[in-house]
Design a protein around this ligand. Structure first.
Ligand code: SAM
Length: 243
């Protein structure tokens, strides 16, 4: 996608509507899964965003630190109750630019794929490993790439249709580069708004190899936050890595 910069996907305009557009209903399931893994210790969320997961996790008594690159997303987090209590480092989560070690580091909502090269994704695993306690775990939630489910490697979905506004989700895959180019297109009397996002997707098996390169191994893999079995029809996975 020409002229694309990753932070375009998380600028002020996106931050303004992110929580409203986010239709996830499993946030508290995510929190319930993560809480015991923190074991009363400290947790670190890579790409903390507006605090969708971090704030309810912190409300359960877990100290949660965060990393993010978008001032606009973090400003939204700060404006929420408890949002000014968290330590958030502004930086690239591939670098894990924090001090110390954590019992739990997590990266949810497919965000590993926002790192657009395999090298950056491997570097993220390597840096995470250096910040995990010996018994610490790294939890990743990501989709299973759906290459075979798209006709002609592309799709157009009618995401929302209202009387005064229509939202389309358009996407195209490059299976050779493992890149997914997507835009949410909002059409209304105000005009056309584009919300582009590019991802470098990877299969669970490739993530397992990245973990091995970083000295970690897969401890558990589930089909969802309720520990559903991971089966051939699973569309996403929750993977837990440790030493
Ligand atoms: C889809 S949001 C997810 C936010 C939050 N984890 C959640 O589940 O709601 C992705 C977040 O990743 C951040 N992000 C993307 N690439 C990043 C990078 N390389 N370093 C740090 N943050 C990044 C964005 O700024 C955004 O806040």
């Amino acid at each position: 996608m020409k002229n694309y910069e990753p932070m375009m996907s998380f600028d002020e305009e996106v931050a303004e509507v992110y929580d409203e557009m986010d239709r996830r209903e499993d946030t508290m399931d995510t929190v319930a899964f993560l809480e015991p893994l923190a074991g009363g210790g400290t947790a670190l969320e890579l790409a903390i965003g507006t605090g969708r997961v971090a704030l309810p996790l912190a409300a359960r008594g877990i100290r949660v630190d965060g990393i993010d690159l978008s001032p606009a997303m973090v400003a939204k987090l700060r404006a929420k109750p408890g949002g000014d209590q968290l330590t958030v480092t502004m930086g690239d989560f591939a670098e894990v630019p924090v001090q110390g070690t954590y019992r739990l580091i997590y990266l949810v909502y497919n965000t590993l794929f926002n790192l657009l090269t395999q090298d950056d994704q491997v570097r993220c695993f390597e840096n995470v490993a250096t910040h995990l306690t010996d018994d610490g775990v790294f939890v990743i939630e990501a989709y299973v790439p759906y290459v075979t489910r798209l006709r002609g490697n592309q799709h157009v979905d009618a995401e929302a249709i209202e009387a005064d506004q229509v939202t389309l989700d358009v996407g195209r895959l490059d299976p050779v580069k493992q890149m997914y180019y997507e835009s949410h297109v909002v059409l209304s009397h105000k005009g056309v708004r584009l919300f582009p996002i590019v991802q470098r997707y990877a299969w669970p098996s490739e993530l397992d190899l990245m973990a091995r390169i970083a000295g970690l191994r897969l401890k558990e893999r589930w089909g969802g936050w309720h520990r559903e079995p991971f089966i051939p029809t699973s569309t996403s996975h929750v993977s837990v890595y440790g030493r």
